[in-house]
Write a new protein. Structure first.
Length: 261
């Protein structure tokens, strides 16, 4: 996305049988409704549950963000751009492909609730780029979903602050996780406020750094080096993606609003 504005996805039963069935149903209904003690029958218990509105209720499903979008935004330097965006589901993750004039960008995204985090780079090869979307709990711990460019399975990570009671993200965390190929890992994560976001430094035997942007109780973190940028989107009620984006070393963030076509 850096400077992409510059180059501006069958009745065969007889009547007799129907009559018998209807009569049987009528008598069954009459028998159920004639009982005086509603607490001694299973049917009464079922009625009670339905009146509480709990029977058969399921939590609302997360909306799919797959589709084609028209995107407009600003680069970190303030210049405007327009692009076509296609979001394609791949198992646990989403592929994001932007086209602006003759320039294309490709990335991998993960979703939690109504938040989406994407890591991307210019061209069609984003090897080494990744993103993690953390959901921050009231006790300061974080549960993360991570995606890597070219991998359809996501990684899961949990981070627990070593020092309790902090008011911000800053601090050192003990982390445990499972990689996309099912391997367990553990280590530490250090988070420090930096400019418009936060630096994230993981140590799990090897080191990795990234930049995160917080939005409410979520933080989107992009990692993988200076060639990798990232964007954190809030999914609006009408399906619009409203985001901020950047990369390591930036002093200001870009913006993007993507509306479904």
């Amino acid at each position: 996305m850096f400077d992409r504005g510059e180059t501006s996805v069958k009745l065969s039963n007889s009547l007799t049988i129907l009559f018998i069935v209807a009569a049987a149903l009528f008598m069954a209904g009459f028998a159920c409704n004639s009982g005086n003690d509603g607490t001694t029958t299973n049917n009464a218990g079922g009625t009670t549950n339905e009146s509480r509105g709990t029977k058969g209720k399921e939590p609302p499903a997360t909306k799919s963000i797959a589709g084609s979008y028209s995107a407009t935004g600003t680069n970190p330097n303030g210049s405007a751009y327009k692009a076509d965006l296609v979001v394609t589901p791949h198992e646990d993750v989403y592929q994001f492909t932007w086209t602006s004039g003759k320039v294309s960008y490709d990335g991998v995204g993960v979703m939690s609730d109504n938040e989406v985090a994407v890591s991307f780079t210019d061209g069609s090869s984003g090897k080494g780029c990744g993103v993690v979307l953390y959901k921050i709990a009231s006790d300061g711990s974080m549960e993360g979903k991570a995606g890597y460019w070219g991998t359809n399975s996501m990684e899961i990570e949990n981070a627990v602050p070593q020092k309790k009671g902090g008011s911000d993200l800053d601090g050192v965390y003990d982390i445990t996780g499972k990689t996309p190929d099912g391997k367990d890992y553990k280590g530490t994560l250090t988070v420090i406020k930096s400019g418009p976001g936060y630096t994230f430094d993981w140590n799990t035997g090897g080191s990795l750094s990234g930049l995160g942007i917080r939005a409410g109780n979520f933080v989107a973190v992009g990692f993988g080096g200076k060639q990798c940028s990232f964007v954190g989107y809030d999914v609006q009620s009408d399906g619009t993606l409203d985001g901020k984006w950047g990369g390591l070393g930036v002093k200001s963030l870009g913006t993007e609003v993507a509306k479904k076509k």
